[in-house]
Design a binder for this molecule. Structure first.
Ligand code: C2E
Ligand code: CA
Ligand code: CA
Length: 717
């Protein structure tokens, strides 16, 4: 395009003029002296002038003060080259602020070129307003500041690594979280930074593997958790950094989730503890705490379930009760009793299959439930055998024994309660038949149960109607050669048939009737024997006293009152008690015996040698005499045998200042043997059976005869 060279001349005609005015950019032609020589229509519009108004004016009128450095440099360069004769360097675009005719400014970009004509050089300046770009730039700047503010305020640590592996950017939080020293960061040594970072992790190799894997797959996104040596935990996210479609790096963001992790861990632990406690509570609801066996509730549930199970499956209930367990508790204490129960539980479990139920119903009562057993009786027999093996508990050798009742499901017994009741009846029968055995339920046993109930009713009537009478059995002194004592023994003739005390005394004890019977026995004895006693202190009356009576609050007072009212000296009274009475933890019983002894009443230990206590305990007992049980006396058969147990029993009692009576003496040999051992008194059928008051005289005579015979025998030996 030819450009007119004369200043002030407007290109108004010709194609050049049309083109010049059609250019979208404002174009000014400025002389070396800075005067505008040409301006196109776009320039007029941009700067806000009428046609020609710009021509001949200094270009500075169109550009704002302070924004003309680009032009100044350009003209300075132009002048320099003219002076030096060198070529002017190609001008670079610059920014300037245009100044409109109304004084307003606008940002603009100016691109210049030189126009050499007529030996002078002009500047052609194309001026383009850049508001739109400014706006975009402002948007960009705002976005950038928003981004950096976000990056700096986020709790996440962010690291951007270029595709070349160099760190392209990090935020403040990143260095804080990782604790990277500023000096290290400042070195720009990326390898050192990475080494430092790896040194903090509990599994640096795993992290390196992960990183390598991600670099092998630049577009992959990944997420995992990093554990630190100091116990912290970071969540890690990594995603590619893209520009357009190209992956230019990778953005790593890290979040410290340690508190959350700890909270989660605590919550998890709390849940686990809760679950465990719930399980324990559940177990406790169905478990006997002492033995760990099932409890009554669980047993009932299992039994009910078994009874509703498959038809034809055998269901057997084995109810068992330890024999004389009360004595273990009384004599050795509750702790020993507990150990015994635990041992019994252990043995029971060992006797059955794991799927069978063994439960403790309470006290010394246990129950076993067998389902699908082919031979319940064999299991029952095995239980009886296994239980009856000695065990050492707190220094004492004990031999547990039990009575077991067995009942099995059959057509007419399907209710759980009925099965259990039958087992109970059978167990009772096993006890009555001598303990340490099992018995299977038989319908006749129900009759026995009914009889027992009937017995109690009958006994009650007998007590009211004076049906309980007293028999006396003499006790002789071989040394004095005469009867020195009578033992009162209760008798009950029921409808003309005599019921042995071994049957009705336990019924009386269970029903509480024993107190009435006991006082009745004492009153009758005092009255009937008064004449024989005659106030002589070398004669006495022995009365059996049950532990139930001793447990009563005013027993001692009642006895002493009764003795006084019957004109009986308490020193003529001997109370026979069994061993278990003394070792009952109830101090009340001991106090009762104490006040009786203070009043002169003597206490004899009945059935000596049969209880759980050893001979060695004798010195601790508040007694005045012992009665050696018949079972020891019956060991004397020919009178020639050696029975050290008998001599040591007698010697020990004597050394403790106790008088010794031997019970159940039936033969002269036994009497002679015991007399030789210095036994103080003898009692038994050899001298006399127990007799009513009317037979006392005869009993005394017979006893005298027997004593004479004994003397004769001893003299002959
Ligand atoms: P126990 O106190 O040991 O009485 C001795 C038992 O042995 C009596 O039996 C007596 O008849 C029996 N007996 C005496 N000599 C001989 C003998 O030579 N051979 C044999 N085989 N037995 C002999 P009983 O009268 O049947 O009394 C049994 C048990 O009943 C008594 O044993 C006693 O524990 C209890 N009992 C009797 N009467 C009373 C009472 O009034 N109150 C209390 N609490 N218990 C009583
Ligand atoms: Ca007795
Ligand atoms: Ca006895």
């Amino acid at each position: 395009m030819a450009v007119p060279s004369r200043p002030g001349q407007r290109l108004e005609t010709g194609i050049e003029g049309v083109l010049f005015d059609a250019l979208p950019d404002a174009v000014l032609v400025i002389s070396g002296a800075g005067i505008i020589s040409q301006a196109n229509a776009a320039a007029d519009r941009l700067f806000g002038y009428e046609q020609h108004q710009l021509l001949g004016k200094d270009h500075r009128m169109a550009f704002a003060d302070g924004h003309r450095r680009g032009f100044e440099q350009l003209f300075a360069g132009l002048r320099q080259s003219q002076e030096s004769g060198h070529d002017v360097p190609a001008p670079t675009p610059f920014e300037a602020h245009g100044l409109r005719s109304d004084g307003t400014e606008f940002p603009a970009e100016v691109a210049c070129s030189f126009l050499h004509a007529d030996h002078s050089t002009s500047v052609v300046a194309a001026v383009r307003a850049t508001f739109h770009r400014e706006e975009a730039d402002a948007g960009l700047r705002e976005a950038m500041s928003l981004l950096s503010a976000t990056l700096e305020s986020t709790a996440d640590g962010i690291l951007v690594v270029g595709i070349d592996g160099k760190i392209a950017g990090i935020n403040e939080q990143f260095t804080t979280m990782w604790g990277i020293p500023d000096e290290l960061m400042a070195t720009g040594d990326d390898a050192a930074v990475i080494d430092y970072v790896l040194g903090l992790l509990s599994n640096p190799a795993g992290f390196v593997d992960k990183v390598n894997e991600l670099y092998a797959h630049p577009t992959a996104e990944s997420h995992d958790v990093l554990d630190f040596l100091d116990g912290r935990t970071f969540e890690r996210y990594s995603r590619p950094q893209r520009v357009g479609n190209a992956v230019v790096g990778r953005v790593w963001s890290f979040r410290d989730v340690t508190p959350r992790r700890r909270a989660q861990e605590q919550a998890r632990q709390a849940m686990a503890e809760l679950a465990e406690q719930a399980a324990q509570l559940k177990a406790m609801a169905f478990q006997d705490p002492l033995t760990g066996l099932a409890n009554r509730k669980l047993f009932h549930d299992q039994l009910t379930e078994a009874l509703h199970g498959k038809d034809g499956t055998a269901v057997d209930v084995l109810l068992l009760d330890l024999d004389d367990f009360k004595e273990v508790n009384d004599i050795l204490g509750h702790h020993a009793g507990d150990q015994m129960l635990v041992e019994v539980a252990r043995r029971l479990r060992a006797c059955v299959r794991p799927e069978d139920t063994v439960a403790r119903l309470g006290g010394d009562e246990f129950v076993v439930l067998l389902t699908g057993s082919t031979d319940a009786e064999a299991v029952a027999e095995n239980i009886v055998q296994s239980l009856n093996v000695p065990v050492r508990i707190e220094g004492s050798m004990l031999r547990p024994s039990l009575s077991l009742g067995l009942s099995s499901m059959c057509e007419d017994a399907v209710a759980a309660s009925e099965l259990l009741r039958r087992a109970d009846v059978a167990m009772y029968a096993a006890k009555a038949a001598g303990k340490n055995r099992f018995m299977r339920f038989q319908p006749e046993m129900m009759t026995a149960l009914v009889q027992r109930t009937a017995m109690e009713a009958g006994l009650r009537l007998a007590v009211d109607d004076g049906g309980i009478t007293v028999n006396f059995q003499p006790v002789v002194s071989p040394r004095l050669g005469e009867v020195t004592q009578f033992e009162a023994l209760a008798r009950w003739a029921r409808g003309g048939e005599s019921v042995p005390p071994s049957q009705f005394i336990p019924t009386a004890e269970r029903s509480g009737l024993i107190s009435t019977i006991g006082m009745h026995m004492m009153r009758e004895s005092f009255l009937q024997l008064r004449a024989w006693l005659g106030g002589r202190l070398d004669r006495s009356l022995a009365v059996n006293v049950s532990s139930v009576q001793l447990g009563e609050r005013d027993f001692a007072d009642a006895v002493l009152c009764l003795a006084a009212s019957c004109g009986m000296d308490p020193r003529q009274l001997v109370l026979e008690v069994t061993e278990s009475v003394f070792l009952d933890p109830d101090a009340h019983v001991i106090r009762q015996l104490g006040s009786l002894r203070n009043a002169g009443v003597r206490v004899a230990l009945d059935d000596f040698g049969t209880g759980y206590s050893s001979l060695g305990r004798l010195q601790d007992l508040p007694v005045d005499a012992v009665k050696i049980d018949q079972s020891f006396v019956s060991m004397i058969r020919t009178g020639a045998e050696k029975l050290p147990i008998l001599s040591s029993m007698i010697n020990m009692a004597h050394s403790l200042g106790l008088r010794v009576t031997a019970e159940g003496v039936e033969t002269a040999q036994q009497a002679a043997y015991l007399t030789d051992l210095q036994c103080d008194s003898l009692q038994g059928y050899l001298f006399s059976h127990p007799e009513p008051e009317s037979g006392l005289e005869l009993a005394i005579l017979r006893s005298a005869d027997a004593i004479d015979a004994l003397e004769g025998l001893r003299l002959r030996r």
